[in-house]
Design a protein. Structure first.
Lengths: 268, 295
């Protein structure tokens, strides 16, 4: 079987298209590359969706935590503590069993017990908490002069937030936020190793990598392939976020522009 | 555990729970918390050692050694840590067995990898097939500790490398002017000063390590996640005196609270440590402490 054929059969296997049965014996390199790559679609799906939705909640949480109103501040603080203080792995388990028991009484929660929605919700809340803390830190380090200048121009409320506070917050938080994005994509590999079932063996990249490692009892091929895909993904994220960083900093004189430093935090 | 537990059906809710929560399997559950704490206690210093070695290697002036150190730091960053966990558990096991095979059975001619199998001679098996149960469990735990140490050692190496670079360069130049050689400068000047710069990173790492402990489950150790799944599942009266529905949600809620407690507890402890270390240091934290005491 040629490699093109394998790609046609297994390229979208993780979403249930193509060949139904996974290869059982005589695994070729091509099969491993194709299936693990096919699983990466799930990782990218989870990562992109969680980042896109989490971003807005994170902004709201940061503003809430920085607020002087106790009724806004306390819930935001507790939310952030809850999700940053406990392991994501346990959150997945808890959420899955929580949805499972909800499903028993209300059948409409059926979709929540499958990974595409249930795990996405957990990842959304989790990344919102982590990014919220990052944005909160940035919000507190906005230069005082910027706010004073906004006041002097007669801006207040929404227009001040929209035009001054928010862009500056993003600019300051961006390197750390890039880091968070990288780790979020890494965290997506946990989904199918916690309680969420990989229905009909439609799993993510790590699911297929460990499938091959279990079958061949040889970890030295599938895991490096997985590592290769993730390093590629990390480079794409760094590149993409770097472009946005450039745009956020475009008003600054070249010498003062914050250089993207990716070695800020090693882990979130 | 209590004498009235002989017939659980007759008990009221409170007494039923006091029996249920102290039955034999629950003691295994409580014991697994000690496993987690033991993992933390062993891994943290070992990983710090790995990290120190890695950071020293990365600083080396001998290029291959410094590439090795920098490569060690970089690779763990780009790849999900759980991939490393799953990889190292098999890889380490096979590496040990392969080494023992080469030493113990030198006249073995068959290849070790036959198709999809990894075959070593009986004497090289780890642990030996005849070994008692606890040896198997300890071996599994031991592999988990090494795996955790390798991964978190890389994280620690990055933090310590940063800490070493943050020590003001003038300090090192002064040491050189006093006639110290490279080794003396490193051990007497650089190492004592780097901790305060490295501590924020290390405390962050400690938090990450705490939150990584449930991954023990993936390494095949019977840890708290394993027991929570086992105990929480639906039990019928056929197999146990304490039948109940699906309680896994509540067990995991308990684990969630346990970890939140650990986090809060560590936060407080680390803050105290930071205050102590900042004392008299030429950093903004130290300056703040000085003002507090003089004001």
């Amino acid at each position: 079987m040629s490699c093109i054929q394998t790609i046609q059969d297994y390229g979208l296997r993780s979403f249930g298209f193509g060949e139904r049965l996974l290869p059982k014996t005589d695994f070729t390199l091509c099969e491993q590359f194709t299936l693990i790559g096919s699983g990466m679609i799930w990782n990218i799906y989870f990562g992109v969706m969680a980042l896109a939705t989490g971003f807005f909640l994170a902004t709201a949480l940061a503003v809430g935590k920085a607020s002087t109103n106790k009724w806004l501040r306390k819930p935001a603080e507790w939310f952030i503590f809850l999700f940053r203080g406990s392991p994501l792995f346990i959150q997945f388990f808890f959420a899955y069993f929580f949805f499972l028991s909800l499903k028993k009484t209300y059948p409409m929660f059926d979709a929540f017990t499958s990974a595409w929605l249930g795990a996405l919700i957990v990842l959304f809340l989790n990344t919102a908490a982590y990014s919220g803390e990052i944005f909160y830190g940035a919000l507190r380090s906005i230069p005082k002069g910027d706010i004073e200048a906004a006041d002097a121009y007669g801006m207040s409320g929404w227009s001040r937030f929209r035009r001054i506070v928010w862009p500056t917050m993003l600019r300051l938080a961006w390197p750390a936020y890039t880091n968070e994005a990288i780790f979020l994509f890494h965290a997506t590999t946990l989904v199918f190793f916690s309680a969420f079932p990989a229905w009909q063996q439609r799993g993510d990249a790590l699911y297929y990598a460990s499938y091959f490692a279990d079958k061949t009892f040889n970890p030295f091929i599938p895991y490096p392939i997985l590592a290769f895909y993730f390093i590629l993904l990390t480079l794409v994220i760094v590149g993409g976020f770097g472009l946005i960083n450039k745009r956020l900093n475009r008003h600054l004189p070249t010498a003062k522009r914050a250089k993207m430093r990716f070695k800020l935090n090693l882990a979130r | 555990m209590f004498s009235y537990c002989a017939d659980p059906d007759t008990l009221g809710t409170f007494r039923w729970f006091s029996c249920y929560l102290t039955n034999g399997v629950h003691w295994s559950f409580y014991l697994s918390f000690i496993k987690v704490l033991a993992l933390l206690a062993v891994t943290a210093p070992v990983a710090l050692g790995f990290g120190f070695a890695g950071a020293m290697a990365a600083r080396s002036h001998f290029p291959p050694l410094s590439w090795l150190g920098k490569g060690y730091i970089a690779i763990v960053r780009g790849v999900p840590d759980i991939a490393f966990f799953l990889f190292f558990v098999i890889a380490l096991d096979q590496a040990f067995e392969w080494t023992r095979h080469k030493i113990l059975c030198p006249d073995w001619t068959d290849p070790i990898r036959q198709g999809n199998d990894f075959i070593v001679c009986q004497a090289a098996k780890l642990p030996l097939g005849t070994a008692p149960e606890w040896v198997h469990e300890t071996y599994g735990f031991f592999l988990a500790v090494i795996t955790f140490s390798i991964v978190f050692g890389a994280f620690a190496a990055n933090v310590l490398f940063g800490g070493m670079r943050a020590v003001p360069h003038a300090q090192l130049e002064t040491a050189e002017a006093y006639g110290m050689n490279r080794r003396q400068t490193f051990w007497k000047i650089l190492v004592p000063q780097m901790w305060v710069y490295a501590l924020p990173g290390l405390s962050n790492l400690w938090m990450v390590l705490i939150k990584a402990t449930p991954l023990l489950f993936l390494l095949g150790v019977e840890d708290i996640v394993y027991w929570a799944r086992e105990l929480g599942g639906t039990k019928t009266s056929k197999f146990t005196q304490y039948p109940h529905g699906d309680w896994r949600m509540w067990y995991f809620l308990f684990l969630l609270i346990f970890y939140l407690g650990m986090t809060r507890f560590s936060e407080i402890g680390l803050e105290k440590l930071m205050r102590r270390l900042s004392h008299g240091q030429a950093t903004s934290g130290g300056e703040l402490l000085r003002k507090e005491t003089t004001a």
